[in-house]
Design a protein around this ligand. Structure first.
Ligand code: TXA
Ligand code: MG
Length: 335
């Protein structure tokens, strides 16, 4: 299949492709999404095929107007209203009990559905001109999420109908995912809306174990996506946990060909190995913005081993940590 390259002037054409059951990659403020008509099970099934995604991993349904949520969910509780009011449009996904119109392909057999209202103008226009869209990140399953149209093309050329180029994504990591289908709200994936912000809005929020730890064998994932090795570039990523000085010392002591550091801007002048800086130590927004393109960049430069400086876990640092530890397959060296 030939993959059309579209831009912001071609959204009507993209909407026609969606209405005909096709797949279109669209920009959002978090990462690029691979969209299909959320109410058409056959169209949604094509997403899994194009990505090589396991069928038991459910998709997020994207809306462009709050009124659309009422047909998608069977309950819209007070806490969901508060979150929607405060954080939509924006990088927050809310899981609620699903309505009957959600195809099994979207919810992967669960009785819940994840809903998100993106702020990106192109995504919103595409949804308004078509319908609610099921859209996972537009990468091949397991590789880092795409934050520009070139990343999407590298993974998806020939596998999908079209890609809308909307430039670089602002946030750079996927949306925060919270479930309100449990007694106490539970954070399943950290992102651009922090757990501190969520707690301020609705009170208690539990951080699911899978946010920071690997699933123990036999354990059931609250969010099926947490089961899989994620965001993994080809390079072997190792997270170094210790002081800032220890990071520099350890990496410099381990300089061999093919080794690089994924580091903070402050580290660059002290490092004796090739390095990919992702922002200042306390600039979590910049780190989120650059993380996935830096992981792809490590592969483009052919690095074999990449030592990552361990991020802190307050605020949006939790989102960065969650992605790096998965990219590292939970391999951590205490230095
Ligand atoms: O920012 C984002 O959320 C991006 C853009 C494109 O909107 N989308 C995205 O989708 O990251 P995806 O499919 O790559 O990640 C969705 C995550 C997966 O871990 C999935 O298991 C989880 O959300 N999820 C979706 N529906 C769920 C449900 N009903 N219950 C529990 N987890 C769910
Ligand atoms: Mg994904």
């Amino acid at each position: 299949m030939k993959t059309l390259m579209l831009n912001e002037n071609d959204i009507e054409q993209a909407a026609r492709i969606i209405k005909n059951g096709g797949l279109v990659a669209m920009p959002t403020e978090t990462v690029y999404g691979l969209a299909a008509n959320a109410l058409d099970g056959k169209a949604v099934a094509k997403i899994f095929k194009a990505k090589g995604r396991p069928m038991d991993n459910p998709l997020i349904v994207h809306i462009s107007d709050i009124s659309q949520i009422y047909s998608l969910v069977s309950e819209f509780p007070e806490k969901a209203k508060i979150l929607a009011d405060k954080f939509w449009a924006g990088p927050l996904t809310i899981i609620l009990p699903k309505s009957k119109i959600i195809p099994d392909e979207v919810s992967a057999g669960l009785d819940t559905v994840a809903v998100r209202f993106p702020s990106n103008e192109i995504a919103r226009k595409l949804i308004s001109l078509s319908m609610p869209l099921a859209a996972p990140s537009a990468n091949l399953s397991g590789s880092p999420s795409p934050t520009n149209a070139r990343h999407v093309r590298d993974d998806m050329n020939g596998r999908i109908d079209a890609i809308i180029d909307g430039g670089e994504c602002e946030v750079g990591v996927e949306s925060t995912v919270i479930t309100l289908a449990t007694d106490i709200p539970r954070l399943l994936r950290p992102g651009g809306i922090t757990v501190e912000q969520l707690r301020e809005a609705i009170g208690e929020v539990i951080i699911d174990d899978a946010v920071l730890n690997p699933l123990k064998s036999g354990e059931r994932a609250a969010s099926p996506g947490m089961k899989y090795k994620h965001y993994a570039p080809k390079a072997h990523i190792i997270l170094l946990e210790g002081s800032d000085e220890d990071f520099i010392r350890y990496v410099n002591e381990h300089k061999v060909d093919g080794t690089a550091a994924l580091c903070y801007d402050e580290d660059v002048e002290k490092l004796e190995v090739p390095n990919i800086p992702i922002g200042h130590a306390d600039d979590y927004e910049m780190q989120s913005h650059k993380l996935f393109s830096s992981l792809r960049n490590a592969d483009e430069q052919g690095f074999k081993t990449v030592y990552a400086h361990c991020p802190k876990t307050d605020g949006m640092g939790l989102a960065v940590y969650n992605r790096i530890i998965r990219a590292a397959g939970f391999e951590v060296i205490e230095i």
